[in-house]
Design a protein around this ligand. Sequence first.
Ligand SMILES: *Cc1c(COP(=O)(O)O)cnc(C)c1O
Length: 407
Amino acid sequence: MNAAVPNLTTATVPTSPHVMNTYGRLPIAMSHGQGSRVWDVNGKCYLDALGGIAVNTLGHGHPKLVPALQDQIAKLIHTSNYYHVPGQEALAAKLVALSGLTNVFFCSTGLEANEAALKLARKFGHDKGIERPEIVVYEKAFHGRSIATLSATGNPKVQAGFGPLVEGFIRVPINNIDQLKAATANNPNVVAVFFEAIQGEGGVNPMHMDYLRDVRALCDERGWLLMIDEVQCGMGRTGKWFAHQWAGIQPDVMPLAKGLGSGVPIGAVVVGPKAATIFQPGNHGTTFGGNPLAMRAGIETIRIMEEDGLIDNAVRVGGHLKAALARELAGVDGVKEIRGMGLMLGIDLSKPCGALVQRCADAGLLVSVTADTVVRLVPPLILTIAEADEVVAILCPLIKQLLVETA
Ligand SMILES: *Cc1c(COP(=O)(O)O)cnc(C)c1O
């Protein structure tokens, strides 16, 4: 074991006097993982239905990914964008083939991918002579926590304390084309429409297929960029490479991150012809973006997903999981809706259910709760039917118990 890494095998959970207090953490520290399971420093095993928040596409310790990353680390971790990085061309070619788009910019996180998308939209406007470009964004959206992306986010809690917000956003509700048209009527400054194909942090809220097609048509008619944030719902999670593909449409700009590197930090903005030449040398860049280690992680993640049929697995196991949850929770008072596609599912309850996160962990299951009332399941795409059954067997009794407790 690397001597620089503290050996957390004591029976106590570490406290963090020096790490800034930015997260409401559970009193659990993980030690290692294998497949869809992780073990904490006390040796307790958890079934991982969170996947590091839709990041660990291949689960933990994947036998094909680990040697590939070891090989890459020994060869080159980082050079710089002063030089060509062959892995960037290889991963870009793959993302272009999977999306039908044409060009890719690499960065390291979701908010950076979205930040690049927002800059693309603004420069798209300026290039057309629009001095004060405006971008349509959505209620309950989540696009990240930089100043620009938190301004695009539709959650007052994320924005509180960080004003003044970045201007130039018009906010509309999801799945209502008339409201989108009304909010943008006679406004020559609109340059783009920006949303998640399935809102993640906002509570697993899918855009309807008709709405996606209507917005695509409206963007074409008005000359706007359609920018679809696939940071959480992309990379095979819903059973297509990208969630918008269910509607048979293509965006002009598509930010990716989370699942793209199976845990190695990586982000990407994939664009089509309308956005491919907006950035010129000097307009945008990042030190870490597209480094050889991240590129190898992306290339190998996609290769292994294809080899192991993980898109089909997301459809099959996700469909099984959703049906089993529906069966187990049918008629339960307080279960409002089970939403989502593939292995991106949300169970919307009639009351706040944050307490379920700890209770599930105590019972050996990792889940998250988002938007106060929604239990979110975004497990690794390697999840098996048996593991999906295990999720249901642990989770559903805890949901029922919570719902019968008086507030
Ligand atoms: C997580 C997320 C982001 C932000 O990604 P970070 O890597 O945390 O910056 C942006 N958009 C969506 C849809 C996300 O789910």
